[in-house]
Design a protein around this ligand. Sequence first.
Ligand code: COA
Ligand code: AMP
Length: 632
Amino acid sequence: MTSKYHSVYANWQSDPEGFWQEASKSIDWFEEPKTIFDESKGVYGRWFTDGVTNTCYNCLDRHVNNGKGNDVALIYDSPVTGSKDKITYGKLLSDVQACAAAIRAQGIVKGDRVIIYMPMIPEAIVATLACARLGAVHSVVFGGFAANELATRIEDCEAKLVIAASCGIEPSRNIAYKPLLDQAIELSNHKPNSTIIVQRKQVLADMIDGRDYDYAGLLEEFEGANIECERLLATDPLYILYTSGTTGQPKGVVRDNGGHMVAISWTMESIYGVKPGEVFWAASDVGWVVGHSYIIYGPLMTGNPSVLFEGKPIGTPDAGTFWRIISEYKVKSLFTAPTAFRAIRKEDPAGEFIEKYDLSHFELLFLAGERADPDTIKWAENMLKVPVIDHWWQTETGWTIAGNPAGLGLLPVKYGSPAVPMPGYDVQIVDDGCEPLGANELGNIVVKLPLPPSAMPTLWNAEDRFIEAYLEEFPGYYKTADAGYKDDDGYLYIMSRTDDIINVAGHRLSTGAIEEAIAGHKDVAECAVIGVNDKLKGQLPIGFVVINSGVDRGADEIEAEIVAHVRNQIGPVAAFKTAIQVSRLPKTRSGKMLRGTMQKIHDGLEWKMPATIDDPAILDEIKTTIDNYRSK
Ligand code: COA
Ligand code: AMP
């Protein structure tokens, strides 16, 4: 099939509002928008400003009203607990109504914020949809974050309620969430009024009378409740999702209701190639943006059974789990991060597990979250015999900026490139002075304003930070903070970040935040964290630390303490395991840390002595220290 991509993109370019107006017809509105884009609203304009709708209605009620109440909405598969379940739209709707009633009984009304701190269990999805139904703004926090990170989020969004589970289950251990939640509430200057806790039998939570309520008990109490969907403006916030910024204070990305639904619905068939009824699986986590867009909202809106998988690509129980799920549920499209495939390949390089399963319904593999290295793509193509499609996006946009849209007909794949900009995105490469660069010239990747529907209108309670972080440096453009180039055919290549964000196993982390955590250790005078290459996780953070004079404990002991401190402050997800002691850190004469040079030295890449370095001898010392550390 020849691709319709070019004509669709040209349609959007010639009439952006017409394009999104047409797309907006795929969702149900209580009042259809008459204004498609209002450039006078918000920071750079707002989409569908007078439309009235509800996201939960579009995910559940309309399917039930259309006679699909008995169709499967969610497929829960949890190798870590041995549970499986298929949940219909009808059942999900009644659970969501009961949960919404329970949330309302806690005094939550439209606009209030609710933190959700949960593993990959159906209750996490029930809770998010219940918030959406009431117009309460949910903020899901990934389970791999420690109490301190949870506290930062509770405080920033001033959550009135926290909905959590008693534990998460990692292959090697159970993680008790409730002590982390109690500690987070203790740490936060803002205190939620109450919590609702899903008690899982693996670890039961201790409850505080009058503050903590049992989820199952409440659902029983409110069973059969009839809670109408709140009438919301398209521009009302659906959720806040915190993501790493340059400091320890995460950025609260705001997502609206209307624009989000319109864009995400459009992607399901156009990009992911699934028609209603076909099974979609995003092997991610509800705590990440991929989970929001493609475990919860996208598939539910367009009527694609969505797989909710509580497990890992390897070790639960083996590297064949993904193929078992695909064959058991007839998954058509799978979306995951390249790191998952690197993990599977490491365990099963010859693809022996793949041969054991019937993958005849499997048609498309999508990779995102980090650069998809050509080696991994080729391995997956050879093993699975399906197109392997890299696509590039960010928490900030909620959907693909550049990709290869399977539903419009695939364009030729170029290894190392996530292909071409999607309608909605005028992607350009500019130099530091915002001058356009030519084909194959490396520069800053920016998107011409306005951003399309679903992209964030602002940061929660931080409009100035939003403008400063994303809009000020390149006037008229959104700064993606990725660097790369476009080739002669307009294919994009995403090469690196321009800030201090690193990507660890598809998880976005701030080296600045890790540095802040390390600096909190009593013996640390100064530190620098860099992301170094890692075969499995793409990047790994490592720290260089200068210890206060007079500290005479062994280097190993201090390293272990610093590692534990970071784990305690940020969480295991930081995957921080290395803190190398040095006598000084390399800086320019103006005091700027030479992190890029340190990274090149660590990774054995070519590097040049920076002309502005304060003391050239220090880089030799760093190299020797790294060599000594490695040979330990
Ligand atoms: N709750 C609590 N702890 C968690 C967690 C969660 N939800 N998720 C991860 N962790 C812990 C892990 O147990 C691990 O702890 P450890 O240091 O004690 O081993 C640590 O955080 C680091 O996790 P991770 O980087 O994910 O490494 P891993 O070795 O557990 O697994 C992969 C490696 C590649 C299998 C895993 O990262 C993976 O499946 N990635 C898929 C990519 C993905 O989901 N990306 C999201 C965006 S699409
Ligand atoms: P997140 O907000 O967690 O989705 O992370 C977004 C960042 O991950 C982007 O700015 C990129 O740096 C990186 N990223 C995501 N997808 C890709 C991709 N397909 N190729 C290269 N980098 C990617």
